[in-house]
Design a protein around this ligand. Structure first.
Ligand code: PLP
Length: 389
C-alpha cells in the first residue's frame, strides 16, 4: 500500500486543534496600529466575548504566550518566595505547572495520584482543615488533564475549600477545557483561571488568557515575586482603555474575534453538549475495542480527548506512526510516564460527527494493522451513540 497525502490531514491532537477556515481567513488581513483609534472598539468586542466564554464578570487578560506563560503569570502575580501551595500530580501538565511553581521558590506540597483521575476534593478538604495556621496560600489544579483525559471536579474542590473555611486562592488551569467543557470562573469562585488559544477556542497557538478574582488581585498587591511582562495590573489598566501595555498579537486577535463569533452562533451550551457527545461516542468505541481509557472514573472523563491504554507489549508510538503514515492522521502521544503506553484521540474544537467517524475508523484500522488484539465495531458503536443523542 503506497502512502497517500491526498485529502486533508486529520489533526486529531487534543490541541492544537483544527483551525476553521473562517478563523484562518479572518487572520489574513493587514495588521493595524495597536495604538490607533481603530483598536479599542475591536478589542472591547473581544474582551466582552471572552467574559462569556470564561463565564465571568472579571476582566479577561490576553497575553501573547502559550499556556505555560499563563501558569507563570498566575504564580508571579499572586505569590511570594517560600509561599506554600497545594498541588496534585494528576498528569504531565500538572507536573509541568508544579515545576514552574518550584522554579519560583514556592514551597509546593504535591499530592501524588495514579494519573487516572482528577484532584480529589476530599484530600483538599483534609489538607486545608489540618492547616490551622492557614499556611497554604493557594490550591492549584488542572481542570482537564490533557495527558490523561481525566478532569478535576472544580465545583467540588471549591466546596471543599469553603467547607474548610480556608482562605487559600483557587487557581485552575482551564487550558484544555474552556470553550469546550463546562467552566464557570465566577460561580465556582475560582481565583485565577488560565486558558490558551489552541484548543476549544479553535485558534493557532500563541495566546494565553488569565482571569483573576478580586481576591487574587488583592493578593497581587502584597505578592513579592518579581514580574514585568506578566504584570496583570498593568495589563488590566491598559485593557480598560482598549489597549495593551506592549505589542499584542494583532492577527491572532482577528482570529479570536471570529472564533468567538462562531461560538456565539452555535451557542456555548451547544458547543459543550457537542463535545460531551464526542466524549461518550469515543468511549463507546474504546469499550467495544476492549481497551481501557486512561481515566478510571466514570464521573471524571474530560470530553475533549480520550486517552487510550494499549495492552502490555504494544507500543503506542509505533501505532501512532503507522496511523500517520497510512491514514494521514496525527494522534496525541503518551506523555511522561505514559510514553509508549497511551495514545490520545483529540475531539476538540471545530469538529463534527463524520470527522469523529473518520478519526475512529483510522484508529480502529490502525489498531488492527498494528496487531493490537481488538474487537471490531467501535466505529459503529460510536455512530449509534451519535445517532441517538
Ligand atoms: N495545561 C494544559 C491542560 C495543557 O493541555 C497544556 C498544553 O497542551 C498546557 C497547560 C501548556 O500549554 P502550552 O503548551 O500552550 O504552553
Amino acid at each position: 500500500m503506497t502512502r497517500t497525502r491526498t485529502g486533508w490531514h486529520f489533526l486529531q491532537l487534543p490541541g492544537p486543534s483544527n483551525v476553521p477556515d473562517r478563523v484562518l481567513r479572518a487572520m489574513g488581513r493587514a495588521t493595524i496600529d495597536h495604538r490607533g483609534p481603530e483598536f479599542p472598539p475591536f478589542t472591547r468586542e473581544i474582551f466582552d466575548g471572552l467574559q462569556s466564554v470564561f463565564s465571568t464578570g472579571e476582566p479577561v487578560m490576553i497575553f501573547p504566550a502559550s499556556g505555560t506563560g499563563g501558569w507563570e503569570a498566575a504564580v508571579v502575580n499572586t505569590l511570594s518566595p517560600g509561599d506554600r501551595v497545594l498541588m496534585f500530580e494528576t498528569g504531565m501538565f500538572a507536573v509541568n505547572w508544579i515545576d514552574v511553581a518550584r522554579r519560583f521558590g514556592l514551597d509546593v506540597d504535591v499530592v501524588p495520584t495514579d494519573w487516572r483521575r482528577g484532584a480529589d476534593p476530599e484530600i483538599v478538604h483534609q489538607r486545608l482543615t489540618a492547616d490551622n495556621a492557614h499556611s497554604y496560600r493557594a490550591v492549584a489544579v488542572v481542570h482537564n488533564e490533557t495527558s490523561t483525559g481525566a478532569a478535576t471536579r472544580i465545583a467540588d474542590v471549591r466546596r471543599a475549600m469553603n467547607a474548610a473555611a480556608h482562605p487559600a486562592l483557587l487557581m485552575v488551569d482551564a487550558v484544555s477545557s474552556v470553550a469546550s467543557m463546562e467552566y464557570h470562573h465566577d460561580d465556582w469562585q475560582v481565583d485565577v483561571t488560565i486558558g490558551a488559544s489552541q484548543k476549544g477556542l479553535m485558534l493557532p497557538p500563541g495566546l494565553a488568557f488569565i482571569v483573576a478574582s478580586r481576591r487574587a488581585r488583592d493578593a497581587a498587591q502584597r505578592a513579592t515575586l518579581p514580574r514585568a511582562y506578566w504584570d496583570w495590573e498593568r495589563m488590566i489598566a491598559r485593557n480598560a482603555e482598549g489597549f495593551f501595555p506592549y505589542t499584542p498579537a494583532t492577527n491572532l486577535l482577528y482570529g479570536l474575534r471570529e472564533a468567538l463569533a462562531m461560538l456565539v452562533e452555535e451557542g456555548l451550551d451547544n458547543v459543550i453538549r457537542r463535545h460531551a457527545r464526542y466524549g461518550r461516542a469515543t468511549r463507546a468505541a474504546v469499550r467495544t475495542w476492549g481497551l481501557d481509557t486512561q481515566c478510571a472514573r466514570a464521573d471524571e472523563h474530560g470530553d475533549v480527548l480520550t486517552a487510550v491504554v494499549l495492552p502490555d507489549g504494544h507500543d503506542a508510538d509505533g501505532f501512532r506512526k503507522l496511523v500517520f503514515e497510512r491514514f494521514n492522521m496525527s494522534l496525541g502521544t503518551g506523555l511522561g510516564r505514559l510514553e509508549g503506553r497511551v495514545f490520545r484521540i483529540g475531539h476538540v474544537g471545530d469538529f463534527n460527527d463524520l470527522m469523529l467517524a473518520g478519526t475512529l475508523a483510522g484508529v480502529e484500522s490502525g489498531l488492527a494493522l498494528a496487531g493490537v488484539p481488538v474487537k471490531r465495531g467501535g466505529v459503529e458503536a460510536a455512530m449509534l451513540v451519535l445517532e441517538n443523542e
